[in-house]
Ligand binder design. Structure first.
Ligand SMILES: [Zn+2]
Length: 326
């Protein structure tokens, strides 16, 4: 499945054509049915119905089911009961009227489940990079991981330290000690393709690499948005900190839900006013300008120095392709 599959996959009831929908985890078509979150009876009825389906993670590891024609994230209630005790459960919503739920079981159940031939347990990044699932299932799986991760990491009240309990179908946690309510968090991260027009080289873009990247791979730079800061100011600050480049205008292009553990990547094109790169070597081991021709060769796997682009599911890849198409 290629990176445009989210847009063109047949059978999606309302396939969308934003750039965001082309990123990994970017297609999530479950009707969230938020009006049912505070109504236990209709939610329980959906859960008891034969049509109910459950996406499952063991700790952080997705538990996929093999079926004729490929893998699926969805387990029936009877299959769910055989996997192990449920630690956290979230009401994801409805799909064609049928209930959808995200479930986390204990991480230490993964080893035993790996032995089952009808299941596949694999790191979520690998599931995404290897395009093992239909785009809409990957989106629902990312949501399940992000939400159940949040529950696992927020068992105690940040206000008074007492244990909290899940409420509203898993969409908040409440503290009986002080009455505080806690809601799932999404952390904004700006990710930017920094570009400029070079008098000699033409249009160029900046990509850089961290030491943990596969050899030869270059990608966009990125950084968390801080309190009191706009996306645009975060792009300018992070670019200056990491590369010494002074950015002028910033344009939003697309975003990507990134459940590691709960980020929202905000993809921008940033116009640099300067050309001299001074890398922050604590964050980056290399960084340089690439011409359009070089970027195209990287995407085709034919760069003469063997440089490779960001992985196809990442919004950095989407940004690079969008810039080349401008
Ligand atoms: Zn409290």
């Amino acid at each position: 499945m290629d990176d445009a599959s989210a847009m063109t996959e047949p059978g999606l009831p309302h396939a969308r054509d934003e750039l965001s929908a082309r990123t990994g985890f970017g297609t999530n078509l479950t009707d969230r049915a938020a009006e049912l979150r505070d109504h236990d009876a209709p939610r329980a009825a959906l859960r008891m119905a034969e049509s109910a389906r459950f996406a499952v993670v063991a700790g952080e590891k997705p538990v996929l089911r093999r079926r004729p024609g490929g893998l699926t994230i969805w387990h029936e209630a009877g299959e769910l009961g055989l996997l192990g005790a449920i630690d956290h459960e979230v009401f994801l919503g409805r799909d064609a009227g049928a209930g959808r739920f995200g479930v986390r079981i204990a991480a230490d159940l993964a080893e035993a489940l790996k032995a089952r031939e009808d299941l596949l347990l694999l790191d979520l990044r690998a599931v995404a990079v290897q395009s093992l699932l239909p785009a809409a299932e990957l989106g629902a799986l990312g949501e399940t991981k992000a939400m159940t991760d949040w529950h696992a990491r927020h068992r105690f009240c940040a206000n008074c330290g007492q244990p909290t309990r899940a409420a509203s179908g898993g969409w908040k946690r409440e503290c009986d000690g002080c009455g505080a309510q806690h809601f799932p968090r999404t952390d904004p991260v700006t990710i930017m393709l920094v570009v400029r027009h070079d008098p000699a080289l033409g249009d160029v873009c900046l990509m850089a690499r961290q030491s943990r990247f596969p050899p030869g791979m270059y990608s966009c730079i990125a950084g968390f948005v801080e309190p009191g800061e706009s996306f645009e100011d975060a792009v300018r600050r992070e670019t200056l900190e990491e590369t010494g480049l002074v950015v002028g205008s910033v344009r939003y292009l697309a975003c990507q839900s990134w459940p590691f553990p709960s980020s929202l990547m905000i993809g921008c094109i940033a116009e640099s006013l300067t050309s001299a790169i001074t890398l922050d070597e604590t964050e980056l081991e290399a960084g340089r300008w690439f011409t359009r021709a070089e970027a195209e060769l990287m995407l085709k796997g034919r760069h003469p120095e063997g440089f490779t682009p960001p992985v196809h599911i990442a919004i950095a890849n989407t940004l690079l392709r969008a810039w080349l198409a401008m």
